[in-house]
Design a protein around this ligand. Structure first.
Ligand code: DAK
Length: 252
């Protein structure tokens, strides 16, 4: 695998998004690799927890790959959104808990990846945002459905309509993350939490997760489909592509 590192450390699966040159942005190939690692995790009964992080010290994931999105037309946008949504849903639906270790920028699709995890630990230099509207698109990997559940409708609409970035302390205040650590302590804190969870009988943790997530499993399907539809409409007649190009050409 080129874009994902995956290893088992005892009963903990450690998954690292690894495209440091583009701040771990998610392209289709990375989503495909993520999907196949998730399949492997589903078929590894000795695991009790998963840690998910980004390579390097600067970014968790800086979003969907804007260069790749630039090329999309309306049909391609729908397909990309539906595929990505499915992968994020698979992550969210793992029976064992997933802990996000947010070690820097978690923007756009990166923030949506965070929202698909059960517990979110952030380093003090973490930055969260859903800047899609500033790029002429909307969230496409479940952000419109999941953010409000975590931070309430008002905070979700404020973040999505403005695209503003917030730091770790503000994210903690609105419960977008659950705890904040110094960057050098984040990994240790995540591993300690994973091991602490792993001490409990696995069937009990799994059933607790299923019970907590009951509404997610029954209610969200239509919302995800609507999100993909509205995302793809942003690409109608090339509308979004011009806004995306502004980012890609900003240094010229
Ligand atoms: N995509 C592609 N490349 C990216 C990237 C991204 N999201 N973010 C950063 N990079 C690349 C930069 O282009 C740069 O590449 P080079 O120029 O060196 O070749 C390299 O990473 C380093 O970035 P910077 O030079 O910009 O580094 P800075 O420290 O100056 O700035 C930054 C860091 C994170 C503030 C900045 O890079 C930035 O603003 N990045 C874009 C962040 C962003 O807007 N992310 C959201 C993307 S939109 C959907 C699914 C998903 C989505 C929508 C729909 N469906 C399936 C329907 C999600 C959309 C998004 O995520």
């Amino acid at each position: 695998m080129e874009n994902i590192r995956y290893e088992k450390q005892g009963a903990v699966g450690v998954l690292t998004i690894c495209r440091p040159k583009v701040l771990n942005a998610l392209n289709k190939a990375t989503l495909e690799e993520l999907d196949s690692v998730l399949e492997e995790i589903e078929n590894t009964p000795e695991l009790s927890c998963v840690l998910l992080t980004g390579d390097g010290e600067k970014a968790f994931v800086a979003g969907a790959d804007i260069a790749e999105m630039m090329e999309l037309d309306e049909a391609g946008a729908y397909e990309f959104s539906a595929y990505g949504s499915g992968v994020f849903r698979r992550l969210e639906s793992l029976d064992i808990p997933v802990i996000a270790l947010v070690n820097g920028y978690a923007l756009g699709g990166g923030c949506e990846l965070v929202l698909s995890c059960d517990i979110v630990l952030a380093s003090s230099n973490a930055v969260f945002a859903l800047p899609e509207t500033t790029l002429g698109v909307i969230c496409g990997f479940g952000g419109t459905q999941r953010l409000a559940k975590r931070v309430g409708e008002g905070n979700a609409k404020r973040l999505i309509f403005t695209g503003d970035r917030i730091g770790a302390d503000e994210a903690l205040r609105i419960q977008l993350c659950d705890a904040v650590y110094a960057p050098e302590s984040l990994w240790e804190a995540g591993m300690a939490l994973a091991k602490r969870i792993g001490k409990n009988p696995k069937y009990a943790v799994i059933n607790a997760k299923k019970a907590i997530d009951t509404d997610k499993n029954t209610l969200e399907k239509e919302g995800f489909q609507a999100e993909s539809r509205f995302f793809s409409q942003c690409f109608r007649a090339g509308k979004a592509n011009g806004h995306l190009r502004v980012f890609l050409e900003r240094k010229k």
